[in-house]
Write a protein that binds this ligand. Structure first.
Ligand code: SF4
Length: 355
């Protein structure tokens, strides 16, 4: 006997759902009705979808699985950052981080993979080989489930694909999830409020351009030698190729590219690196996010001292760059940039104490 596994409702984009339903003899418009109930109204129990024909309603539990990812834990940092651990089955889990900002901004950092094969040296996730590429529904579910955990007067305003995994290593699911999250019949999020971050899979960057979302690039090195030493992907697609793709994105979208630059003590934090970084990026409409390294066990790197960080930032500002020194959020709960992993949660719990 073959077991029938029901597809997750959250894996379907609207056109995919239309196709799925019409193939089963249903009217096409049922798909947008379902999207409205499940996403806009947040009703996941078919019995409560009152404007649907009774027979159609009754058939839904056999057609779809409406379960969201389960939250294993929720940790709240002193600074208000929240970290969620989700069960993605077969003993695996992913993390998502919700970061409060000014003016009511609430940014959700979602994961797209369990582990990551890109093996960036400074990244905790990269220590865990790729175990699973998440489905579109598992990405949508992070947003949906966290939204349900928030007080009524709070809403997620922005999404960044900067959690665990390289989004462009899982493009189908990532861009499908973006289609679902931005659907007018669903959450109606603006594509301008979504940022996809890549470590530099150059041939795939046009997919971000086409999706209408914002591009962020993990640069983390101001020349090929340094960048290749911290990000092995640079050997395949060196800085000049990466920046060419960034220029094309900025030109096509008229949007600034965000360059993320991790400051690693003695490796990427010297004044000459700041000058190189400025020269590399000065022709591209962009902003540079400086991220002082967040230490984690066995990383082999250190965070520079504050005066070095400020010197680096000032050098860039004086040269004329638009720079943001990323305030470290959620460091006490291991939710800060580059600290996400589900490799060994027990190790993280006894790791560095921050105060
Ligand atoms: S920084 Fe991103 S691409 Fe690099 S190892 Fe970590 S998750 Fe993968």
């Amino acid at each position: 006997m073959t077991m029938h596994i029901k597809p997750s409702f959250y894996d379907f984009t609207l056109p995919q759902l239309e196709e799925f339903l019409t193939a089963r003899g249903e009217k096409k418009f049922r798909a947008s009705q379902l999207f409205k109930w499940v996403y806009a109204e947040q009703v996941r129990t078919p019995d409560n979808m009152t404007n649907l024909a009774k027979t159609f309603r009754a058939s839904l539990p056999d057609l779809f699985n409406f379960e969201l990812l389960k939250v294993i834990s929720e940790k709240i940092s002193k600074d208000g950052t929240r970290k969620y651990l989700f069960d993605v089955g077969e003993g695996m889990s992913v993390e998502s981080v919700l970061i409060p900002g000014s003016g009511g901004r609430l940014t959700l950092c979602v994961s797209s993979e369990v582990g990551c094969n890109l093996a960036c040296k400074f990244c905790f996730t990269g220590k865990q080989k790729l175990k699973k590429r998440l489905s579109a529904g598992e990405i949508v579910s992070q947003f949906y489930q966290i939204g349900l955990h928030l007080p009524e007067d709070q809403k997620i305003t922005n999404i960044v694909f900067m959690g665990m995994g390289e989004p462009l290593d899982n493009p189908q699911a990532v861009f499908d999830s973006i289609d679902i999250l931005t659907s007018d019949h669903g959450f109606s999020l603006s594509r301008k409020k979504i940022t996809v971050s890549t470590s530099g899979i150059v041939p795939m960057i046009p997919l971000i351009t086409k999706s209408g979302t914002r591009l962020a690039v993990s640069l983390n090195g101001s020349n090929d030698e340094v960048r290749s030493s911290v990000m092995p992907i640079n050997k395949k697609w060196p800085i000049n190729k990466l920046l060419e793709a960034c220029s094309q994105h900025a030109e096509a979208t008229k949007q600034k590219v965000t360059f993320e630059y991790v400051l690693l003590k003695g490796v990427t934090d010297k004044p000459e690196h700041a000058a190189e970084l400025y020269n590399l990026t000065k022709k591209i409409p962009c902003k540079i996010n400086i991220i002082p390294f967040n230490e984690h066990p066995d990383s082999g790197y250190l965070r520079p001292e504050d005066p070095t960080i400020l010197k680096f930032q000032n050098k860039l500002i004086n040269l004329g760059a638009q720079v943001l020194l990323r305030k470290t959020m959620g460091r006490d709960i291991y939710a800060a940039c580059g600290q996400l992993t589900t490799l060994k949660n027990e190790n993280k719990n006894k790791a560095i104490s921050l105060n």
